[in-house]
Design a protein around this ligand. Structure first.
Ligand code: HEM
Length: 466
């Protein structure tokens, strides 16, 4: 093909893909990009997006290069701006000068001893609130709206853990608020006309209402945080000078962490339980493992519980795209990328790519007995938490929360989808199920559950770089 023809072809693809992104969202646009190339190419796919050149990395070697080369590729300002506009400065949106410091302190609160404390909160919330309620529903033959109930679990846990509040003191009106705020960020990321937050549109007003409610709750806990060693106490300390607290910075950083600890983890637990509900034999195998093993299976990446969660992270990764901007001209395996280009790598596309995973749509935790995911810098075929310098700081927390919930719930109940199983997705800021997930639950006989050991502790699934 001549150079002119190639340019025309790229422009036509650009129009198709930009149109798909505007009409149907980023993921649909990237899938369209893949389709434009006929789903056979494993090169870096090029197109133009709103006048800028853009690429989709499909080959795990390219994904590895892009996510690990932080000199040439940085997180894309286009997307960070929406976070910053609404949520201010937090561990995701902070500028590069402060990033390392903020990242380190966030990590400290999401690993090690702190995580052990959160694990007790997680178990307590399940045992005291969710399980009694589900028992009642199971006896009455009522189905459960799993997203709704996991939302309450996750919200109670994250407020209790990060602000050091007894879980029962987390006001119910806060449940759902973190997710609703996350949804506002999503709308901003994918919309072209974003009015400043102070302009009183209905959406801006609602966002400010939510933020005020969460800020008020955080502020109400500051006086109680003294001497607790909690995340809140630490943030009060680091944002204080000469006895004066920089409330704005404190509230923004705290809010960012609270939001980080909610939506994505709920989606992970939801998909894991949903796939298990659709596979009764697998569910029974998992129950048998939990019944026989106590804490050991979850410590072991070869355990079925561990593999079920990893497999859910593969097939329906809550985070479905990583976006980078080339900050200088660079070559990726022979393809010249000019500075200012957007580069995308999609967990959803790569984790479900037949060129990378066999029978990728099948929920098959045993695939991880045969083949471990590779996340080395030169080959990234599995990156639910990203990869490289900006790898998720919350992965151990997310994994702990999912392991605790799935093991505790599977040991008490049998799950079945209330309607036909439907793995279709709705790509918002996270990858949600397209339709509401409602399940029928049946309580397991008490004699079965009595033999089981205590709650489980887990290592993070992908090594955290410090
Ligand atoms: C299943 C749950 C989760 C998933 C799938 C997930 C996914 C991700 C991904 C893919 C990234 C990298 C983004 C990029 O490279 O552009 C990321 C970064 C991040 N995540 Fe998570 N996350 C989860 C849970 C959490 C939790 C629980 C927290 C905190 C409480 C958290 C806080 C963060 C932060 C602060 C970053 C930015 C790190 C940096 O840039 O240094 N995440 N997450």
């Amino acid at each position: 093909m001549t150079a002119t023809k190639a340019r025309i072809a790229a422009a036509v693809r650009g129009v198709r893909i930009s149109h798909a992104i505007v009409r149907r969202g980023l993921l649909a646009g990237l899938i369209e990009a893949e389709e434009c190339y006929g789903r056979t190419s494993s090169e870096l796919l090029s197109f133009s997006l709103f006048g800028r050149s853009a690429y989709l990395a499909l080959d795990p070697r390219d994904i590895g290069l892009v996510l690990h080369d932080t000199v040439s590729f940085q997180r894309d300002e286009l997307f960070l701006k929406a976070f910053r506009d609404l949520l201010g400065f937090n561990a995701v949106s902070v500028g590069s000068e402060e990033w390392q410091v903020v990242r380190q302190r966030t990590l400290r609160f999401l690993t090690g001893k702190n995580l052990d404390g959160y694990s007790r909160i997680m178990t307590g919330v399940l045992e005291q609130r969710m399980i009694p309620e589900w028992r009642r529903k199971s006896r009455d033959g009522q189905p459960v709206d799993v997203f709704h109930d996991l939302l309450e679990y996750s919200s109670r846990v994250v407020f209790a853990a990060f602000l050091n509040v007894p879980p029962e003191d987390v006001p119910p009106h806060l449940h759902g608020m973190l997710n609703e705020m996350f949804d506002h960020v999503r709308r901003r990321v994918f919309s072209f006309v974003n009015l400043p937050i102070w302009i009183p549109t209905a959406q801006n007003r609602r966002f400010r209402e939510l933020r005020t409610a969460v800020y008020e709750f955080i502020e109400s806990r500051i006086a109680h945080s003294r001497g607790t060693g909690s995340m809140l106490e630490t943030l009060v300390d680091v944002h204080s000078t000469g006895g004066r607290v920089d409330r704005q910075r404190l509230l923004e950083e705290m809010l960012g962490n609270l939001i980080g600890g909610s939506e994505t983890t709920i989606i992970l637990m939801l998909w894991t339980l949903y796939y298990l509900a659709a596979a009764p034999e697998l569910q029974d195998r998992l129950y048998a493992e939990i019944a026989a093993g106590g804490p050991e299976p979850a410590r072991n990446p070869r355990s079925l519980l561990y593999r079920c969660i990893i497999e859910a992270l593969r097939v329906r990764s809550p985070s479905y795209v990583a976006v980078r901007e080339a900050v200088r001209p660079v070559q990726v395996r022979g393809v010249k990328i000019i500075a200012g280009s957007h580069v995308f790598a999609s967990q959803f596309i790569t984790h479900n790519d037949v060129r990378v995973w066999s029978d990728p749509q099948r929920f098959d935790p045993d695939r991880f007995l045969r083949r471990l995911p590779r996340t080395a810098s030169d080959y990234t075929d599995f990156f639910p938490f990203g990869a490289g310098r900006n790898i998720c700081t919350g992965q151990a927390y997310a994994f702990q929360e999912a392991v605790t919930a799935v093991s505790t719930l599977i040991r008490r109940f049998r799950f079945a989808p209330a309607a036909a199983f439907d793995p279709a997705v709705r790509a918002e800021l996270t990858l949600r199920p397209a339709r509401q997930v409602v399940m029928r639950i049946e309580e397991r006989p008490a004699s079965d559950t009595a033999r089981l050991g205590p709650a489980m502790e887990v290592p993070p699934p992908v090594a955290v770089r410090r």
